[in-house]
Design a protein around this ligand. Structure first.
Ligand code: BDR
Ligand code: CA
Length: 345
């Protein structure tokens, strides 16, 4: 049913993107990819809990932007799931600070925007109707809250791309659940049933691509810049976790790039094979956080699989080597500016 290569060439006008994130090492990779890419215009960053507490997510988003010499609105979003009790952040994967336990941080300019993440999303969608793409790579509470604030949001945004979920690949927090969906399954189900053009980039594809640590070492050596040095430090910590705990990664000193693939599908859709189908999320029980996809044209008797909204486009396959080459080439571009330091106190 409905398997196709994603072919949607980018226009020459850079795509306006709001990046919804819980930075996070692979979130940092994704942000730098987006800042480096000429076809992407990051118009704001909305933060959420997940890899770190939401306050730390704001700090990290501001810090990463400032390191790259870029300034944009950064908002604080939801700090916990809609219904379930929040879990402690996974310090063993991303570090206690979310960036691999940086030994020190330099003092840089940057204050958060006072709006909530949900309000910022709604404001921007109303200001640029049909132009905003939401790229969401953390638990989906901000998008769910924005839908509550403005139920017409699906008609205002151009597209939503999310990193989360899995269909055929095993989960990474349970046999069936991926972390972002697991962290707030009620929010995720609201996002999957909202009716906006939606692409899911889940473990089915992110587990096909292992990024070697040497790739980030080469990028850091090439730029000789604090932003890429910081990313390399963070990826060393993150790769140590994956290399020790994931048998597939164990023979390569590297890691999965999860979140960065949500941007690669935007810039290079031809590298992905998609399947269209209704996706729902199990919100309770042993399967909590499972993304269930209707992959066959069967008229199921059970409620919840009706077809009155467009199906989710689910990434099922990726050309991994080409994808890795695109990530490397993008991060090697001359995209970095000098960070502006805070005035001495
Ligand atoms: C997802 O969970 C987080 O740890 C990563 O940043 C990514 O968004 C992968 O399951
Ligand atoms: Ca993330």
């Amino acid at each position: 049913m409905n398997i196709l290569l994603k072919q949607q060439p980018m226009s020459t006008i850079p795509r306006k993107v709001i990046f919804d994130t819980d930075p996070g090492v692979d979130d940092a990779m994704a942000l730098f990819y987006a800042l480096a890419h000429p076809d992407i215009d990051v118009v704001g960053i909305t933060t959420t809990f997940g890899n770190v507490y939401v306050e730390q997510a704001v700090t990290n988003a501001l810090y990463l932007c400032a390191l790259a010499g870029r300034s944009m609105p950064v908002t604080q979003g939801v700090g916990k799931p809609i219904t379930k009790v929040a879990e402690a952040p996974p310090e063993h994967i991303h570090g206690a600070d979310g960036l691999g336990n940086l030994p020190h941080r330099i003092a840089l300019q940057g204050q958060p925007d006072p709006r909530t993440s949900a309000q910022f999303i709604v404001d921007m969608a109303r200001r640029y109707p049909g132009e905003i793409t939401l790229v969401a790579v953390g638990p989906l509470g901000n998008l769910a809250a924005a839908l509550q604030l403005a139920p017409e949001l699906p008609t205002l945004v151009r597209e939503v791309i999310l990193m989360g979920g899995t269909v055929l690949e095993s989960g990474n927090v349970s046999p069936v659940a991926e972390a972002n969906i697991w962290n707030d399954p009620h929010a995720a189900d609201a996002v999957f049933t909202a009716g906006w053009p939606l692409t899911m980039v889940g473990l089915d594809v992110t587990h096909q691509l292992i990024l070697p640590l040497t790739l980030f070492q080469n990028i850091a050596q090439h730029h000789q810049h604090i932003a890429t040095d910081t990313l390399y430090h963070a990826v060393q910590f993150y790769s140590a976790f994956y290399s020790q705990h994931d048998p597939v990664v164990a023979h390569i000193n590297g890691c999965y790039g999860h979140d960065v693939l949500a941007f690669v599908v935007l810039t290079n859709p031809e590298l992905f094979t998609l399947q269209a189908g209704r996706v729902r999320v199990a919100t309770d029980g042993l399967a909590q956080g499972q993304t269930m996809m209707r992959r066959k044209d069967i008229s199921y008797p059970q409620h919840g699989w009706h077809d009155d909204i467009p199906p989710t486009q689910v990434c099922m396959d990726v050309q991994a080597d080409a994808c890795k080459a695109v990530i490397e080439a993008t991060l090697m571009r001359p995209w970095l500016q000098t960070p502006e330091k805070s005035p001495a106190k």
